[in-house]
Design a protein. Structure first.
Length: 334
């Protein structure tokens, strides 16, 4: 699997991809920040442009400094341009994130286990582990994490995601942490300072995360008790990885003739990936779902940019595909 990891630190077990620097488990969040190469700051500077006649102008919008450029400044006074930012965009500094993570972990029995940056530093993440592992099916254990994601990018904010990791195959089963009656994803947008009030909202989400881990264990148990047949499995894969007109115009018994390379990979993963032979996985919708997660984490092909696969699996298209596969598996299992 390819990555776009700029820097990374970890503790306890070596990450499955083998990247990063080992940390002392008792290190402070600021020590994590430094070792993982995240001890730098961002700032917005005026956006300028050169006109065809060579004149330099500042792009201000309707008011002064409405638009700007986000830059990273390191200790050696080098600068990297992260991109444009718009009205009311407020930078969140890495040291604010790691101070928050200390508050977050101190408010619970969680500990930081890995952190780092992706895409040239424009996105940073940290995984905080729940104290207790869980095993909804005997012989198929999970570790529970909260994934904190902070983006130094206009249009992206900070967010928390529940991320169980299946031990047998290191699949990440990322789910958006939701709060409130309307089911909003817990997000902290860049339109206000990363204040104590904003941080308190995220800490309140901890209780939701613990409930969601328990709910996920119930989902695993349910899916592992429901068998698929060949026709419904092919339909499941086709709906996820093939054009819509295939499912509309082709009989189920012929769907495999129209499988894309990704669909073929998922079919193979369902029967041959690590953990596929476990009792709760073999022939069940739990096994079908894990074929998708294994493909997105370990087999996925990116024709545009191979280095984007990790970010996609956690935050982007891969994470959305996993969520859709989980919803569909529950639909078929019902």
């Amino acid at each position: 699997m390819s990555h776009e990891i700029e820097s990374m630190a970890w503790t306890n077990e070596v990450p499955w991809h083998g990247l990063g620097i080992e940390m002392d488990p008792n290190a402070t969040p600021r020590e994590w920040m430094k070792v993982s190469g995240l001890d730098w700051a961002v700032e917005r500077v005026p956006m300028e442009a050169t006109l065809p006649n060579g004149t330099r102008v500042t792009v201000e919008g309707k008011s002064d400094n409405e638009y700007g450029i986000l830059v990273r400044t390191k200790k050696n006074n080098t600068h990297d341009v992260f991109g444009p930012v718009g009205p009311e965009w407020v930078p969140v500094q890495n040291h604010e994130v790691f101070d928050f993570l200390k508050r977050f972990c101190d408010a619970s029995s969680m500990k930081m286990e890995t952190c780092g940056s992706l895409k040239g530093g424009t996105e940073i993440w940290a995984l905080c582990k729940f104290a207790d592992d869980f095993e909804p099916i005997k012989g198929d254990p999970f570790k529970g994490y909260l994934l904190f994601h902070s983006a130094h990018v206009w249009g992206k904010g900070n967010q928390l995601r529940v991320t169980p990791i299946r031990v047998v195959c290191n699949n990440t089963l990322t789910m958006a942490l939701r709060a409130g009656n309307k089911g909003q994803v817990v997000r902290m947008p860049h339109i206000k300072e990363f204040s104590t009030d904003v941080q308190d909202l995220a800490i309140e989400a901890l209780g939701l995360a613990e409930h969601q881990i328990k709910d996920f264990a119930d989902i695993v148990t349910h899916l592992s008790s429901r068998k698929y047949n060949a026709d419904t499995l092919d339909e499941f894969i086709t709906r996820l990885y093939c054009p819509n007109n295939i499912i509309e115009n082709v009989d189920n018994e012929n769907l495999r003739e129209y499988f894309t390379p990704s669909a073929d990979n998922v079919l193979e993963a369902i029967t041959k990936a690590p953990g596929a032979e476990l009792k709760g996985s073999k022939g069940t919708w739990w096994g079908a779902f894990n074929g998708v997660t294994y493909h997105e984490d370990h087999m996925r092909i990116s024709y545009k940019d191979d280095s984007n696969i990790l970010a996609s699996s956690w935050f982007g298209g891969g994470a959305k595909k996993k969520q859709k596969a989980l919803d569909m598996a529950m639909e078929y299992a019902a």
